[in-house]
Design a protein around this ligand. Sequence first.
Ligand SMILES: Cc1cc2nc3c(=O)[nH]c(=O)nc-3n(C[C@H](O)[C@H](O)[C@H](O)COP(=O)(O)O)c2cc1C
Length: 264
Amino acid sequence: MRTNSDEDNGFWEPEDLAFHRRSRGGHHLGPLGATMRFAGRVEPLPARKPAMSERRVELPPVDEAAVAERDPPFQKVLENRRSRRSGSGRGLTAARLGEFLYRTAHVQESSQSGPVEIQRRPYPAGGALHELEFYVIISRAQDLGAGLYHYQPAEHALYALPATPEQWGELTESARLATRSSTAPDALITLAARIGRIAWKYEGMAYRTILLDAGAVLQTMYLVAAAMDLSPCAVGNGDSVLFAMAAGVSELDEPAVAEFALWV
Ligand SMILES: Cc1cc2nc3c(=O)[nH]c(=O)nc-3n(C[C@H](O)[C@H](O)[C@H](O)COP(=O)(O)O)c2cc1C
């Protein structure tokens, strides 16, 4: 095994170091990469998560030509992208939220890669697996009820989940505290990963890929928000157990890995 310096610099926490070294080449000879170790034993999860409730809310369709006409030039969007922690008071609407979600995450194309269904979306994803699910807590909106929803990108629809106001209120309050904002975000987006989709293909690097994918989504959300003149801020931490309880998912099947706050 190659080594360079193994001298402890004191900065590493043991779990971080173990995760780093196991999920990269150079420190072990274990399997690392697309080993497809579940092939023939477990069916890969479908690209599209089945509907999570019967309370479906269709979002207004997005006119891509009108959006392209109205958008600022890309260089302006890039340069003007900033974290902002309060809105202008225009208020969230189904049209604004729908445009934001569609531009970030809609499914452009679905196809088969062997036994696995893959997708193309505006943001990149390791293996085109798109294991990240989008959940939205709406705190206040003009024409949408407050609560926790799952976004179904292939349908451009929200599905209302039976989270209690206490549960989703605590999640948005912790985003408010983390961003030191005076008001809870109008919408709080949580990314949760269907680990089975990615672990089916990748070994030694499944969780690492999920976190990298989440970073790609965060930047895409930032840029879309900048183009739409919304106020976005990534949130560095969240409560995965509370989220799993609120969404009615298992924390091991679908861990929440990133949060993103939006004010309008
Ligand atoms: C992964 C990540 C986590 C972040 N977490 C927080 C957070 O918890 N609270 C907060 O106020 N800002 C958070 N931010 C925003 C950063 O503070 C911000 O990006 C940084 O100060 C640079 O400012 P800018 O985004 O306006 O360029 C986060 C940003 C990223 C990318």
